[in-house]
Design a protein around this ligand. Structure first.
Ligand code: PMP
Length: 282
């Protein structure tokens, strides 16, 4: 595997980072995950917009401009051929003696690598997945795609140990998102997802699902989801760049709706696959 580190492409085994890197010592950095379908970076502009917002929120000057990111990512993808893949891109505040305050004049560390996307098990679309509700113990800037993911990791691990695929986080009586995914429910035939605020990550897949619903005339609403309405939902979905749109058919060991992936999920899943296909051939 060829990775990118600070301006160079090199074998993964040769890519080395200082133990003083602030990503290592403090989790002081941000990241992106961009899927690659049919050899093309999917929704790249939206991912780079979000990267800019994350960098600006933690006050790191962008180490590359739009053309520079695009060139580097396309080059990295070309050097790592394969089927569907994703690019992981991370920027940290760089290497300096350990001190909480920002070090002056230190260049950020920029790292990127390509990973395969595992094709989903067809059984998963026939049966859906289980999810577990978990209290959201994260900080108040969940809109920043920070590499500091301890609370997400603990939530996901709790879900996995309960035999579930994902944790759905609950904060102040409202379900906000998954440990690494955004949340949708279908209630009275209407697709509902929480509005974008500091309690959740503005997912690129989430935005595309909302966009596709508008475009194809499916009723959709951005509105907070009380935990109780999660339990009455006809359908629950989780979205992310690598998992796309996952139907949740069991929540806290109880069936969601009829306990099978629902008709609105099926329609949205097909619209999403059509959109991907058109980009591939278009
Ligand atoms: N929320 C969180 C906390 C995430 O980590 C992710 C995946 N990175 C998402 C939502 C989904 O975002 P996207 O659709 O951009 O992958």
């Amino acid at each position: 595997m060829t990775v990118y580190l600070n301006g160079e492409f090199l074998p993964e085994s040769e890519a080395k980072i200082s133990v003083l890197d602030r990503g290592f010592l403090f989790g002081d950095g941000v990241y992106e995950v961009v899927p690659v379908f049919g050899g093309r970076l999917f929704r790249l502009e939206q991912h780079l917009d979000r990267l800019d917002r994350s960098l600006s929120a933690i006050r790191i000057d962008p180490p590359l401009d739009r053309a520079g990111w695009t060139r580097m990512l396309e080059d990295l993808v070309a050097r790592n051929p394969g089927d569907d893949r994703s690019v992981y891109l991370q920027v940290t505040r760089g290497v300096a003696r350990r001190d909480h305050a920002f070090p002056p004049d230190v260049p950020p560390t920029v790292f990127a690598m390509v990973s395969p996307i595992k094709a989903p098990d067809p059984a998963l679309f026939a049966q859906g997945v289980s999810a577990l509700t978990v209290p959201d113990t994260r900080w108040n800037r969940c809109d920043i795609k920070a590499i500091t993911l301890l609370a997400n990791i603990l939530a996901r691990q709790q879900a996995v140990e309960a035999g579930a695929a994902e944790a759905i986080l609950v904060r102040g009586g409202f379900a906000t998102e998954g440990a690494a995914s955004n949340l949708f429910v279908v209630a009275d035939g209407v697709i509902v997802t929480p509005p974008k605020d500091t309690s959740l990550l503005p997912g690129i897949t989430r935005d595309l699902v909302v966009e596709l619903a508008h475009k194809h005339g499916l009723p959709v609403m951005e509105s907070a989801i009380p935990e109780a309405s999660l339990r009455d939902a006809e359908e629950i979905w989780l979205t992310s760049s690598t998992k796309e749109i996952l139907p949740v058919t069991r929540l806290d060991e109880r069936a969601v709706g009829e306990g099978r992936p629902g008709p609105v999920w099926r329609r949205m899943f097909d619209l999403y696959q059509d959109y991907k296909r058109k980009l591939r051939t278009g």
